[in-house]
Design a protein around this ligand. Structure first.
Ligand SMILES: [Zn+2]
Length: 425
């Protein structure tokens, strides 16, 4: 059993953030046994010893609802919107992940980067090559992480080195499910890349696998960019909308994660909510590629689950702080103010709920898996000044969101074990 005395950030029964100035977090066998005010928890566990980390804040590990592992070196590639960016930078780079040794090497770099920024769980796209998923799962397993990932299905409109065969792609997906889904804390996501890159036969096959293995996830992209939407309209003239293409093929379900969801209409949003599907909101990517502004008001009204995501390499940073700030800015452009507490929730417990994992990760509550961060709110001189002058939790959270970066994440722990950074002395 391990225990830590520090400030503690968590969400209460109403999903409101709460910061306990002097708290005790008790971890046993990778799970949180107790979390609460120091005096109260210490009294309930006589004889317990603890590490004294006062001055630091323990917080739930960030959960990222959408990221591409083979795009780590694509980040920051200039392009004239989504489709040229895919063609000129992303596909040529992803082709390299056919090589298992290369994939294994980059999986380590990618996980290092996620953890350094405080992301302990991510819903991840691998390349179309099974070797890339093998590498990602093996590296995640070695570190004891909870990760969801899948190899891309893409059997059309893609250059040869990244295109898979309709049925071989499905057989490879099934083999990966059998090998990795439910092993340790790993989960498989069937990953039809996006409708233009998959034939109906392949998407129908993916939907069939999702039904055969109901615990798996589905992830894809929808309604990101106008040129992409026009292309989908050409390919599916009889579909009511882009989302409807997936709906008709049986891919709209619980445990399905739709990235972007920018250019939807009211009927699409109602279908998302009714089907139990979720949206991954990727504001730095949407700004970088000029894709559009996610409609937070309409999302709230429709009531579907959504979580924040970095979408690297379309996104410009792994940092949850950058992503939360970008979400705030995008919302402001449409006259909406997202509270600091909601921003933080959408990148932790809210994103976990969007993945169907809200009872396991995303909060520091008894029974949850002990994936947490040690935050330093004095990591830089200006951050120290602003957090020191905060008069409320909202002000503290917002100072962290605006001024924080990887330097504010002193360490990340997964199942109670350090996986990144340095533990306080
Ligand atoms: Zn993406």
């Amino acid at each position: 059993m391990d225990a830590y005395r520090a400030a503690l950030l968590r969400f209460d029964e109403l999903d409101q953030p709460q910061r306990l100035e002097d708290a005790l977090l008790v971890v046993s066998e990778g799970r949180i046994l107790a979390a609460g005010p120091f005096a109260e928890v210490a009294a309930r566990h006589p004889g317990l010893s603890w590490s004294d980390w006062r001055g630091r804040t323990l917080a739930p590990g960030f959960v990222d609802a959408h990221v591409h592992f083979p795009q780590i070196d694509v980040i920051g590639s200039p392009a004239d919107g989504l489709l040229p960016w895919l063609e000129n930078y992303t596909f040529p780079h992803e082709a390299r992940f056919a090589d298992p040794a290369y994939a294994a090497q980059i999986a380590e770099v990618f996980l290092d980067e996620l953890l350094r920024h405080g992301i302990t769980t991510a819903m991840t796209y691998c390349s179309s090559h099974p070797a890339s998923a093998e590498a990602f799962f093996a590296a995640s397993e070695a570190r004891g992480l909870r990760m969801v990932a899948g190899k891309c299905l893409m059997d059309r409109n893609s250059p040869e080195p990244v295109r898979d065969d309709t049925h071989q792609g499905l057989r490879d997906s099934q083999a990966l499910i059998e090998r990795w889904h439910g092993r340790g804390r790993l989960g498989y996501a069937l990953t039809p890349r996006f409708a233009p890159s998959c034939t109906d036969a392949q998407m129908l096959g993916a939907a069939e696998l999702a039904r055969a293995y109901p615990g798996t996830w589905v992830q894809t992209h929808v309604a990101e960019n106008h040129d992409e939407i026009a292309w989908v309209r050409q390919l599916y003239p009889s579909a009511r909308s882009y989302l409807d293409v997936y709906d008709r093929l049986g891919l709209l379900r619980e445990r399905s994660m739709y990235a972007h969801c920018i250019h939807l209409d009211a009927e699409d949003r109602a279908r998302l909510a009714a089907s139990g599907a979720s949206a991954a909101v990727c504001p730095t990517s949407n700004l970088f590629l000029g894709s559009g502004l996610f409609d937070f008001t309409a999302a709230r009204a429709a009531g579907f689950h959504w979580g924040l995501a970095c979408d690297v390499g379309g996104g410009t940073s792994f940092s949850p702080f950058r992503t939360m700030l970008a979400a705030f800015e995008v919302a402001r452009l449409s006259g909406v103010t997202l509270s600091p507490g909601e921003l933080w929730y959408r990148h932790t417990l809210g994103a976990a709920r969007a993945m169907g994992l809200g009872d396991r990760i995303g909060n520091l509550a008894p029974g949850h898996e002990a994936d947490f961060l040690v935050l330093d709110d004095r990591a830089t001189p200006l951050l120290a000044r602003r957090t020191g002058a905060a008069n409320s939790l909202a002000e503290w959270l917002f100072a962290m969101i605006v001024l924080g970066d990887d330097r504010a994440v002193s360490a990340a722990l997964a199942q109670g074990r350090r996986v990144s950074g340095r533990l306080p002395a």
